[in-house]
Design a protein around this ligand. Structure first.
Ligand SMILES: [Zn+2]
Length: 445
């Protein structure tokens, strides 16, 4: 173990947590400039050129590059986001922004999503710069703002407006590498694909009236309630994608179950046999999901509402288009047609996938399996959304990876993602820092 690198990564993580760059989706939130400044402080003095971008005040992203000697050699981008999601402070056992170190763990919002990796990448980059060694390939580090609100002022903006700066052949970012105990044994899952986003806002109309006489009223809340009910049971049905096949392969279920999980008509039968977190994942990995998550409507207790807004989080499987989502909603709302208007609050994105027959995959596999002799690397579809999508859309091979200690488990990590009592063991911080250095050696020398 590189104790010095581990300690440096731990201290940097603590600083990033304490800066509380909480992104609540408002353009004025986040203020990632504070974390960008800390990271600039870490990288300064190593001779690296630092470039910052600020598409909105305070929404700063930071880029630095170590140029290779051979223009035909690959470019690897290490990308970590610097923002975190809000907390329910009262539910935490410790100060979510205190970054306390207790029993070998650092507590705080962002400890696993993903300030741990953002800090380990920065320390690895500083180490590479300090060594002064020129490699054939180029390595870049991007500390990016606004991942938690879909990258609008971060990775999306950079890939659309500063592509020549952030362009790469390979990208490493969150989320993967955590040991998952599956029926076939221990697997280190690396995200090779992720679902698409097709969020919809449904504006439901009604006729206003006095709340004292509700009989027969055209109440927008009641219409919205009916839509919510339909969304719960509707859907596009299960689809068996290549990503699911690969994951099923890695799971190593008994043969009779294998048949069931690969049959779109029967896959749901298995969900009842699984523990709830695994079942939730398996459902999301085989379905385009519709989750009605925000309802805004009504003005006063004695007024029948004439307008309700319903925000639906729609996540699409690979191959599912925006048009299919709209067709399903049109079908679902058929008889309510003129009372509901469907809009997309922002341009969505389709699901993205990267192949595994790449030198980067081979390197990750070798390094991860060396650190976990009892485990095998396996591809995995992230059912959430990360900044990797903006790069995969442009043909870049992007994986979600990291290296964690054997004491960690994917099931436990998943519950801490955006959850209470988020924390990371310090040993895992050093392992991830080491991983980036090893991958640079494999890929770029
Ligand atoms: Zn994240």
């Amino acid at each position: 173990m590189d104790d010095a690198l581990t300690e440096e990564t731990a201290e940097l993580l603590q600083q990033l947590i304490r800066n509380r760059c909480v992104n609540d989706g408002d353009v004025a939130s986040g203020q990632e400039v504070r974390n960008a400044d800390v990271l600039a402080g870490v990288l300064e003095g190593t001779g690296l050129d630092l470039q910052t971008y600020e598409p909105e005040p305070g929404r700063t992203s930071l880029l630095t590059t170590i140029e290779g000697t051979d223009p035909t050699a690959p470019t690897l981008l290490l990308m970590g986001h610097t923002d975190v999601v809000p907390v329910s402070e009262d539910e935490w056992q410790r100060d979510p922004f205190g970054a306390e170190r207790v029993d070998g763990e650092i507590w705080g919002r962002g400890a696993i999503d993903m300030l741990n990796l953002t800090s380990s990448m920065a320390i690895a980059m500083r180490e590479l710069a300090r060594s002064g060694r020129r490699r054939r390939g180029t390595v870049k580090y991007l500390a990016v703002a606004d991942e938690e609100a879909s990258g609008t002022h971060g990775a999306q903006w950079l890939t659309e407006h500063r592509w020549e700066d952030v362009e790469a052949d390979y990208v490493l970012t969150e989320f993967g590498g955590v040991p998952a105990d599956l029926p076939a044994g221990r697997r280190l899952v690396i995200a090779t694909s992720e679902k698409g986003l097709a969020w919809r806002r449904l504006v439901v109309r009604g006729t206003p009236g006095h709340g004292s006489m509700p009989w027969g009223a055209d109440n927008a809340v009641l219409t919205a309630a009916e839509i919510v009910r339909r969304l719960q049971t509707a859907g596009l049905g299960a689809r068996i994608t290549d990503a699911w096949r690969a994951f099923v392969d890695a799971m190593g279920l008994p043969e009779e179950l294998d048949e069931v999980v690969l049959d779109p008509g029967r896959v749901r039968e298995v969900f009842e046999l699984l523990d709830p977190p695994t079942a939730r994942y398996c459902h999301a990995a085989t379905h385009t999901t519709f989750s009605p998550n925000v309802l805004r409507g009504g003005t006063k207790t004695n007024v029948i509402p004439d307008r309700v807004e319903l925000d639906v989080d729609v996540r699409t499987l690979p191959g599912v288009t925006d048009a299919e989502v709209d067709a399903l909603l049109a079908d679902l709302l058929d008889d309510l047609g003129d009372r509901v208007e469907v809009t997309a609050p922002f341009a969505g994105r389709e699901a993205t996938e990267s192949p595994t027959d790449t030198p980067l995959w081979s390197s990750l596999r070798r390094r991860l399996e060396a650190a976990h002799p009892d485990a095998e690397v396996a591809p995995w579809m992230n059912v959430g959304a990360t900044d990797a999508a903006f790069f995969r859309q442009r043909g870049v091979v992007a994986y979600g990876a990291g290296l964690f200690s054997p004491a960690t488990s994917l099931q436990e990590f998943s519950s801490r993602f955006h959850g209470h009592d988020e924390r990371i063991d310090v040993a895992s911080l050093g392992l991830s820092t080491r991983l980036w250095l090893d991958v640079v050696e494999d890929l770029l020398d």
